[in-house]
Design a protein around this ligand. Sequence first.
Ligand code: DAH
Length: 445
Amino acid sequence: GQATKMIRTRPTAYAIFGISLAAAAHAFKPIGFMGPSTRFLHTSMRNVKSLCPKTAAPLRSFKSSRPSLSRVEMSSTVGIDWAKELLSEHPENNVTPYIANLVGRNLHLKKAHPLNIIKKKIEDYFTSRDAEFECKDSLYPVVTKQQCFDDLLIPKDHVSRRPSDTYYLDQDRLLRTHTSAHQTELLRGGSRKFLCTGDVYRRDEIDASHYPAFHQMEGVKILKECTGMEDREQWVKMCSEDLKDHLEGMVDAIFGPVEKRWVDAYFPFTEPSYELEIFYQDKWLEVLGCGVIQQQILDGCEMKDAHGWAFGLGLERLAMVLFDIPDIRLFWTEDERFLKQFKDGVITKFQPFSKYPPCYKDVSFWLPGDWQENNFFELVRNIAGDIVESVELVDKFDNPKKGKTSHCYRINYRAMDRSLTNEEVDKIQEQVRELVAKKLNVELR
Ligand code: DAH
């Protein structure tokens, strides 16, 4: 039942930092508090030396033209050349041109885009309830390790910091993996009640519900009435109640009155922590993670007397169920047949446009010693772009004599807007074979 459930801010995959309490209890043992969660089991636990399945695009020198200050709002970064900004030959840079091309698209700011419609609805709920909530949605997506991890008490060996999971620009800077990365800078800047929405980036596998970029909203409130309170039990109780009241109200405002349940959870940055689930379309759906902000975080912001709560939710996940959007890649399409369906301020059901046939191709190879599956997924994505619907491991065997392991992956190709010809897919598949041999050191079979 609940034991293996994780908080999901992504449509179906697991949020990096969340783990429900029951799962945390036995995951605590070997590698810190996160333990081998479902998400991480198919990621190798070995240390990653070098990554970057770089593609053919020219790389830039790694001197950045811009300070990594996410308080620099995007409005002052209009016209920014993201490829130049994000790609470099720095040894720790693992950003790819494919990813650089997604940064700055700002889907959540696009009028009548489903992500924008949801974002506004949530903002409207909070600001009409309490006009002091500030809404931030244009903070610079490059943050420091300090902001994204250290300030939030995420341990040094936490899996989410690994280059196999996160896009690094260099030794200090990365594409934010969650909007929580802005908590401490906004608090230090004096904000006490805010919502902060933005695109976030995580290296991941490829299918209809995983994409290396998605959108989150972070919410924070410092409770005036708790300032200076000595009795921890008392302010924790007040903050938790206020938090639950706001979030239940928000969910009702978005989904209509629904059945809800609170599940104990674990996050490094909150204590206690919870997940909110709602009963929607005959299933329990995880909507968000939240909790009372760890005092150590506020202490670090020179706010020793202050107490408050925080939450984080994934916009695609909500939009997919509310609008009936079946594939996460649709959010990124510029196809009018998608975009024209939505109207500012209203939630309507998506009408799928005609289905085009899929076409799959298999590739088999012996793995090298330093095999990292995410590098393969990314290489496929870089070559084939959005016509890759999914990449699945369909066969696997060990040859004990040779001491080698073989994997066979099935790549499903399908375009959203046309039929692919076998010929063009063959060409792409040939490139995949060539590059996977060359860049990832596999031995093709
Ligand atoms: N940052 C978390 C994630 O990406 C989501 C989250 C959980 C944010 C709990 C919060 C929080 O502020 O209190 O998985």
